[in-house]
Structures are given as structure tokens and as C-alpha cells.
Design a protein around this ligand. Structure first.
Ligand SMILES: [Zn+2]
Length: 485
């Protein structure tokens, strides 16, 4: 017995030494940089440009019959009017009528070009919430230090920010060494198949490969990461996949006064409940474990010790992350039942009950593994399982050790001193998914600063961006383009 306690004592001492040694070796990955020189911008003009763009209703409706070609044509004309130098000096072409591709020829054509992306469409405004907007959603109002309107964050600030930066550089007589492409899709909110995907196909036919690609996805956030005081710039190096699956149970229907013991609705609900109860497994893998590698050293000692010893604490951490929907979405393929259909009348048994479950697939899983999981979990032949559409696997994960990523980390810190940069996983979809064949280095980040309060605003009500925030975005793009070129 005494030997046992001796052994246990030695074991614990060794364990503590290992944990602390790992923590001390867990060094910072944030590079020290010299802050970028400030640029003098015509701030009033920048505000006007974005404000005018927000007033044009380039809405993507689920129902394609509602597509308003006039609005998109007006948006193109607006860009040509506001940025005459750009349309004069860059090669521009429309793709599939409403998307826009611009090329700024560099002096050295042997250098690989780079691509900046944004989208010109916005989600609709729910008419029932219109009265809750402090400023009308398509007014582009400038009030209280903010520019208001649908698209102010997602994603016109990025589109106008890029164009304002290019126009500023053109006016300075700047000419890039490296060719710069700009791609603006017109249906990102519907998946980008008519816009960004067509642009990517056109570029692929021309044999163009990019050194890196930058689209929306991550942002600068404050107060969102527990234990981290500084702002964190989240750079999406991958995005989740997507599949919606229909569950269909057929019966004979009939009068509800003589129901069978099990009805289609009951069978369907059991299947959906089983899927909710048996979630797909959580795992810390790239890029989410890399995010903790970047942020861990910035955390207080206790949390840092956990992050530095994931070989031991991985289970503890994943349990913790599973507790909140935002962090749970980072570590597993999520299960979201979204649609239910049954009978059309209260006293009629349905001939069929139908449910739809939407899965967002993390790297490591696939459409195929989701289907296998559903079959294994439901285990009921009466439930017909069918994939709606084609589904999409998660994107490849861009390598954070690549010099291009390391370079982007520096550029962000040069413009936003003190901001921590971390790779991350984008849980929604972006147009960047169409470009993964054209570059191994696809990044999803817009330099907007978001507070926890802002997270409800885009796709929600009172979407807005502060004037200062927008000016800072333009400064970022100016610096990025100078350094990239
Ligand atoms: Zn967007």
C-alpha cells in the first residue's frame, strides 16, 4: 500500500512538471510589427460612397422571380459614377450580367496575382420588422456617427472599402507590381452559383491561379473570446460544408378518430428527436485547434495551461465548448431541424409527414458521413432519407504555416496595433468556397470591428457601421494593397 502512495506521489509531481513545462514552452505566435503609417483620406467622400450604395436595393430573394435586375444595373452604374478612375484604368467585365470582375494589371506579370472579393447583394428586410429600424433600411442614412442600412456590415462596407482604397491609390499615382483582381458576386446570399462561381469558372478557363484570395467571413471582435482582453481578428482559413436532408414517412392517411398506434408524425418525430439526442461527435481539429494555439498564450495562466496541454484536457475543453451554440458550431457538425409538414387539417391523419434537417459540416466530416450517421441513428426503414440538392463538403483548410498567412497576420497587426490574429473556422457559407481550386491560400476576413451587440444586426434589424469603423476598413485595404503589390 505504501508503495502505491509513493508511486502516486511521484506520478503527480511528474504530471505537474510536464503540464507547467508545456505551458512555459507555449510561446506567443503574434509577431511584433511596426505600425503602418497613417493615410489621409477624404472621409466625407468615403461616407458618401458607402451611404449611396446602401440606398440601392440589391436584394437576393429566395424566390428568383423577385430578382430586381434594375436595382443591380443601377448599382453597376453607381459604381461607375463614383469610381471613374477605377473604370478608366482597370479592365472591367460583367460576369453572368450582374457580377463584376476587375483587373488591375501589375508591372511584373510573372508574379502570381491576388484576389479581393466581396458581394453586392444583401438579404431582404423582413417587412414585419421594418418599423423597428431606427433609420429606414435602404436609406443609407448617416446619423449618430453611423452609416445605416441593410448591407452596412454584410457586405457592402467591404465592397466599397476595397474600391475606395483602389481609387485612393490610383489618385496617388500608385501602380502595383503584382496584378490585383477584384471580384464582386451578385448572389452570395443564395450560395453564389450564378455570381462568384461563374467568375471562378471564367478565371479557371484562363488558367489563372492566385497567390492568395481574401473574402468575407471573420472580423475583428472584442469581448467574444473568454479570457482574452484584446481585440481578436479572426481569419477564416476554412468554411463548413452544408447539407439539408429530408426525412419522409408515408402512411395511409384517414380519419383521426381511428388512428393506428404509430402515425407518420410520431415516427418522424422520433427520428428527429434521435438526431438531436445523438449529435455528431465533437473534435478539436484544424483550424479550430490552431485558433487555440494562437490565442492560448494570450490567456490567463489557468486557461493557458489547459490550451498548452490539450493532449490531456481535450475532452474537458470540448465538453465546455459544447455548452454554447457559438462554440459548439466550431467543433462539430451541427444538427438543425428546420422544417416540418404534416396534415392540412386537425382531424385528418397525414398521408405523409415530412421534416428537413440542416447540417453544417465541419472539416473532417462529409456529406457521406452525415448520411451514414443519420441512417445509424434513425434505424427505421419507414423513414425515407433523401439529400435535398447536392450538399457541399467542407472547404479545404488553408495552411497557417504558409508564408501568405504569416504575411496577412503581420499586415493586420500593422494596421490594428495590439489586435491579436487567429485562424478560425467560418460556420456559415461565403463566396470564397468557389475559389478553393484557384489558390491554396483562401482567407475569409473583413477588417470591420464587431461588438457582441453587432452580431444581431447583420441579417437582422438596425444594421449599421460606425464612420470610424468604415474609415479604418479603407485604411486596412490601402495598406494591404500596397504591401501585396
Ligand atoms: Zn456576406
Amino acid at each position: 500500500m505504501k508503495r502505491f502512495w509513493q508511486f502516486l506521489g511521484v506520478f503527480l509531481v511528474v504530471l505537474v512538471i510536464v503540464l507547467i513545462a508545456n505551458t512555459l514552452r507555449f510561446t506567443r505566435l503574434q509577431p511584433e510589427v511596426t505600425p503602418a503609417a497613417d493615410v489621409a483620406l477624404d472621409e466625407a467622400a468615403l461616407v458618401r460612397h458607402l451611404s449611396g450604395g446602401l440606398a440601392i436595393q440589391t436584394v437576393s430573394y429566395q424566390d428568383s422571380a423577385r430578382f430586381d435586375s434594375t436595382a443591380f444595373n443601377r448599382f453597376h452604374r453607381y459604381l461607375e459614377t463614383v469610381y471613374p478612375e477605377i473604370f478608366d484604368r482597370l479592365e472591367s467585365e460583367r460576369v453572368n450580367d450582374y457580377s463584376l470582375l476587375l483587373k488591375w494589371q501589375g508591372k511584373q506579370s510573372e508574379l502570381k496575382p491576388v484576389l479581393l472579393m466581396a458581394h453586392m447583394d444583401v438579404v431582404p428586410v423582413d417587412p414585419r420588422t421594418r418599423s423597428q429600424w431606427q433609420q429606414p433600411p435602404f436609406s443609407g442614412a448617416v446619423a449618430d456617427g453611423f452609416i445605416w442600412g441593410r448591407g452596412a456590415i454584410d457586405d457592402k462596407a467591404s465592397l466599397f472599402g476595397i474600391l475606395d482604397a483602389v481609387q485612393f491609390l490610383l489618385n496617388q499615382g500608385f501602380q502595383p507590381e503584382r496584378t490585383i483582381y477584384l471580384a464582386f458576386g451578385h448572389d452570395e446570399e443564395l450560395g453564389g452559383n450564378r455570381g462568384a462561381r461563374r467568375i471562378a469558372e471564367r478565371l479557371a478557363r484562363r488558367g489563372i491561379k492566385f497567390d492568395w484570395v481574401l473574402d468575407e467571413g471573420g472580423a475583428r471582435t472584442g469581448g467574444l473570446m473568454p479570457g482574452v482582453q484584446s481585440d481578436v481578428a479572426m481569419v477564416g482559413v476554412a468554411e463548413k460544408g452544408y447539407v439539408s436532408v429530408e426525412l419522409l414517412v408515408e402512411g395511409t392517411g384517414g380519419h383521426s378518430s381511428m388512428p393506428p398506434l404509430e402515425t407518420p408524425v410520431g415516427i418522424l418525430c422520433k427520428a428527429i428527436a434521435a438526431l438531436e439526442e445523438h449529435q455528431m461527435p465533437a473534435e478539436l481539429m484544424p483550424p479550430v485547434n490552431q485558433m487555440f494555439r494562437y490565442l492560448g498564450p494570450e490567456m490567463p495562466f489557468g486557461m493557458k495551461l489547459v490550451m498548452a496541454n490539450l493532449w490531456l484536457f481535450q475532452g474537458l475543453l470540448t465538453t465546455q465548448l459544447s455548452q454554447s451554440p457559438t462554440t459548439n458550431a466550431l467543433i462539430r457538425t451541427t444538427t438543425a431541424p428546420t422544417m416540418l409538414e404534416g396534415s392540412i387539417k386537425d382531424n385528418v391523419l397525414p398521408a405523409r409527414a415530412r421534416g428537413v434537417v440542416n447540417f453544417r459540416i465541419r472539416p473532417g466530416d462529409s456529406v457521406e458521413s452525415v448520411i451514414q450517421h443519420i441512417r445509424k441513428t434513425v434505424q427505421d426503414d419507414r423513414v425515407n432519407i433523401r439529400v435535398l440538392g447536392t450538399g457541399r463538403n467542407p472547404s479545404p483548410v488553408s495552411d497557417v504555416r504558409a508564408p501568405q498567412f504569416q504575411w496577412l497576420v503581420r499586415v493586420i497587426r500593422e494596421v490594428f496595433p495590439g489586435t491579436l490574429v487567429a485562424p478560425s473556422l467560418v460556420v456559415g457559407g461565403t463566396d470564397a468556397k468557389h475559389f478553393t481550386e484557384l489558390s491554396p491560400n483562401v482567407y475569409r476576413f473583413i477588417p470591420v470591428k464587431l461588438t457582441p451587440d453587432d452580431l444581431h444586426r447583420f441579417h437582422g434589424i438596425n444594421e449599421r457601421i460606425s464612420i470610424q469603423n468604415y474609415i479604418d476598413m479603407v485604411k486596412f485595404y490601402v495598406h494591404l494593397l500596397r504591401k501585396a503589390a
